[in-house]
Design a protein around this ligand. Structure first.
Ligand code: 5GP
Length: 222
């Protein structure tokens, strides 16, 4: 369910050893920019892949099943949860269920690919509890409340009622920024993408992620 990439031959900065992938959680209130940032990162960095969530919400125009989400019935969603197939799941905006299918994430991480998660604060909490060493979390704040409202109106894929409901939830969402390791104010999309990329590159170099590092270091001794 992760998107295809040339996964097996990953160009490594430190070619002598492998590394475990990073679980990069990008969260923001709706309209905060995380979806665009995720897409830009995916485009510019071949080592990243995106986690495609399952959801019970209706498909919006232009969304493709299996690419944007796996659109499933509530019954199917609950079956997946019961079968232990979800890494995390949550009821978002008190309305629809969203969850992260486990298998593709585990596969990507063990192959040294980084997985981007466009999930909410509840999902971040669960992932952090489950895999604290793998998770790196970034919260993206809008530059102002007005900018956020404007984004939601311009997007206008949802009804007025849905937009004002989402603005209400955005207030609640933003209050969770303190649970994230990094915070970015999304003033300029290009800069925000660069910053997230820099965070990712630094996190890749963490010693704990480097597999068989000891063997490599042994080869450095005369
Ligand atoms: P939307 O319906 O606008 O695509 O997404 C609504 C919210 O659900 C967003 O904040 C998005 O990040 C969150 N979301 C999407 N997929 C998941 C998931 O798998 N788990 C959790 N916890 N939240 C998700």
């Amino acid at each position: 369910m992760t998107q295809a990439s040339s996964a097996t031959q990953i160009p490594q900065t430190q070619a002598a050893f492998r590394r475990r992938g990073v679980m990069l959680v990008l969260a923001s209130p709706p309209g905060g920019g995380k979806t665009t940032i995720t897409r830009e990162l995916m485009r510019s960095d071949a080592q990243t892949t995106v986690s495609v969530s399952a959801t019970t919400r209706a498909r919006r125009p232009g969304e493709v099943d299996g690419t944007h989400y796996h659109f499933v019935s509530t019954e199917k969603f609950q079956d997946m949860v019961r079968a232990g197939e979800m890494l995390e799941h949550a009821l978002v905006y008190n309305k629809n269920y969203y969850g992260t299918p486990k298998a593709p994430v585990e596969e990507a991480l063990s192959e040294g690919r980084d997985v981007l998660f466009d999930i909410d604060w509840q999902g971040n909490r669960q992932l952090k509890e489950m895999a604290p060493a793998d998770v790196v979390s970034v919260y993206i704040l809008p530059p102002s409340w007005e900018a956020l409202a404007q984004r939601l109106h311009t997007r206008a894929q949802d009804s007025e009622e849905e937009i004002s409901r989402r603005l209400g939830m955005a207030r609640e969402e933003i209050s969770h920024y303190g649970e994230f390791q990094y915070v970015i104010v999304n003033n300029d999309l290009g800069e925000s993408v660069q910053l997230v990329h820099n965070i990712l590159r630094a996190e890749r170099a963490r010693r704990e992620r480097l597999v068989n590092l000891d063997d490599f270091v042994k080869t450095l001794k005369p």
